[in-house]
Write a protein that binds this ligand. Sequence first.
Ligand SMILES: [Zn+2]
Length: 302
Amino acid sequence: MTDTSLDHLICPQCHAHLSHGAAEMICQGCDRRWPVINGISVFSTQSPNGQQSVQPHSATGPDPRMADWKYFIPLRHSNVALVLGSGTGAVPLTLAAACAQVYVVDSVWDNLLALGQIREKQGLQNLHLAYVEGQSLPFPAGAFDLVTFDQFSQDQNGSPFTETAREVLGLLKPGGTAQFTLGNKWVRQGLLPQRGAVGHGMLSLSGYEQALRTEGFQSPQVFIPLPNHRIPLYFLPVTSPEATRHLFRALLPLIDTISPEIKAANRLRYLLVRFAAPFAKRLPTNWALKLLASSYIAIARR
Ligand SMILES: [Zn+2]
């Protein structure tokens, strides 16, 4: 890892440049020292809370399908990307293969450790990991071609979405692309509770669309990943009502052809959809989608 590859990191407290050593980064503005532990830049007043080593996710690595939204965005090899919330590691690893530099921010130490182990094993020079806890993000404004945000990998005290959207917009270069993986507030609120979901900052579909427009994003597009955002088999483009209605009605009758693995993992929703399938033609699509969508994928440009 060379000094120049970490150009995008700045001091979160005074926003000055950092000089990089093997064990710490020294702020050129306020002289503050930020440690580097296991190759992870640590921006926190406390030591990272976690283990010294973790079991790798699996022998084959994380399931890459979680990053399949990449087909909707213009990825270039010269791109510098920022991943807010590493999740399973699928998004950082997918982007590292497609972009020049990828920065990953997480407040879960073990996620970064696991990703660091894969980075080492695969010899990835362009994947930079930062543990950020109780600090602003250590990046200058307008630095990134792509910023991805995963609401499911944020902690319980996640910011309201409007704040997140504003922060992401500020980090993007003009013309840059943002990708958001977002929870559906209606599903979260008990009808079809979802394991591992976090609550704060979750909105409805129209709430997200409105927040993105209000904060100044251009042409936001929203997709429903089905059956879920972890293993998306279909993306329903909800910003195009005609396409959604058509796809929805075409997909419903196919419900029994999905794999037993998916049926078991989404049992309640599977049963609901199977029950509703015969009425698909008369079903109000918007209402049905609100119940079906465990999450949304939003893509928007600065
Ligand atoms: Zn500083």
